[in-house]
Design a protein around this ligand. Structure first.
Ligand code: ADP
Length: 262
C-alpha cells in the first residue's frame, strides 16, 4: 500500500490530493494567504483528515504550482506543465491537449498517449483571460465568480469587450452595467474574448481531440460551453478539474518511488 500526496500551491488556491493504490482517497482546497509554507502544510493535513489517514502513512509528497518550493516538507518538486499533463491523462486517458486556466495564467499543453508533455504554450505575462480577470469582472457585475458561469447561458446579444487589461475591462463592464446591458450579454462577451485568446494559445501547440479543460476556470459552465462551441468539439471536464495539478504531482511522486503509474 503506497500512499502519496501531491500539493499544488497556485496563485489563488492551495490544493492537495492523496492517492493510494491508484485511487484518490483524500483532497483539500483552500485559498492561499501570504504564508505559503503554512498553506502547504494545511493543505496536506486537511486532505489527511478527509481521508482518515495519518501523516506517517504518506510515502512521498511532491510539490507543484508557482509556490511549489514552499512545500518545504516535500521530497520532490515538478512544474505545473508536467503535472497538468499527467493529471489530465489520469482522469481522461485519451487527452491530447490540456487547456489549464488558473488564477493568473493560461497554459495549452500537448500530451502524448502516455501523458507526457510534447509541447506547451503559456500566457503568464498578464491576468487577461485568467481566473483573476473573471473574479474582477464578476465583482463589477455584483456577483461572486462561482455564480457567473451558468448566468451567460441563453445570452442573445453578446457585447464586445474590447479591453484585455483587467483594470480597463472592469471599467468597461461597469459602463455596460450603467448602460443597462443584460449581465448575460456582458458575460457572453467576456467569455468570447477569453476563449479567443485561449484558442490562439492552443493553436500554437496544435488542437486535436481529446481536449481536457483544467484549472479553476473550467468550473465556469459558460466558459466550457463557449469553448465547446468554438472548437465544435465536446471537451473533457472533471468535477476534480481544479485538482489536476495536484493529481499529477502525486503521480510523479509515485513513479519516483517506483510505484505503479496510473
Ligand atoms: P491557481 O492554481 O492559480 O491558484 P486555480 O486553478 O485554483 O488557480 O483557479 C482559480 C480561479 O478559478 C479563480 O480565480 C476563479 O476565477 C476560478 N474559480 C474557482 N472556483 C470557481 C467556480 N466555482 N466557478 C467558476 N470559477 C471558479
Amino acid at each position: 500500500m503506497t500512499l502519496v500526496a501531491g500539493v499544488d500551491i497556485g496563485s489563488t488556491t492551495a490544493k492537495c490530493i492523496l492517492i493510494e493504490n491508484g485511487e484518490i482517497v483524500g483532497k483539500s482546497l483552500a485559498p492561499v494567504g501570504v504564508e505559503l509554507v503554512k498553506d502547504a502544510e494545511r493543505a496536506l493535513s486537511q486532505a489527511l483528515t478527509e481521508s482518515g489517514r495519518e501523516r506517517r502513512e504518506v510515502t512521498v509528497v511532491t510539490g507543484t504550482g508557482y509556490g511549489r518550493f514552499k512545500v518545504a516538507f516535500g521530497q520532490f518538486t515538478v512544474t505545473e506543465i508536467g503535472c497538468h499533463a499527467k493529471g489530465a491523462h489520469f482522469l481522461f486517458p485519451g487527452t491530447r491537449v490540456v487547456l489549464d486556466i488558473g488564477g493568473q495564467d493560461t497554459k495549452a499543453i500537448k500530451v502524448d498517449p502516455r501523458g507526457e508533455v510534447v509541447d506547451f504554450a503559456m500566457n503568464d505575462k498578464c491576468a487577461a483571460g485568467t481566473g483573476r480577470f473573471l473574479d474582477v469582472c464578476a465583482g463589477a457585475l455584483g456577483y461572486d465568480v462561482s455564480e457567473i458561469g451558468a448566468l451567460s447561458l441563453g445570452a442573445r446579444h453578446p457585447v464586445k469587450v474590447t479591453n484585455t487589461c483587467t483594470v480597463f475591462a472592469e471599467s468597461e463592464v461597469t459602463s455596460y452595467v450603467a448602460r443597462g446591458k443584460d449581465p448575460k450579454d456582458i458575460l457572453a462577451g467576456l467569455y468570447g474574448g477569453i476563449v479567443s485568446r485561449s484558442l490562439s494559445l492552443m493553436q500554437r501547440v496544435g488542437v486535436e481531440p481529446e481536449v481536457t479543460f483544467t484549472g479553476g476556470v473550467s468550473k465556469n459552465e459558460g466558459m466550457v460551453r463557449t469553448l465547446e462551441h468554438r472548437l465544435v468539439l465536446k471537451i473533457n471536464v472533471s468535477p476534480l478539474s481544479q485538482y489536476v495539478g495536484a493529481i499529477g504531482a502525486a503521480l510523479y511522486g509515485l513513479e519516483r518511488v517506483g510505484g505503479i503509474p496510473a
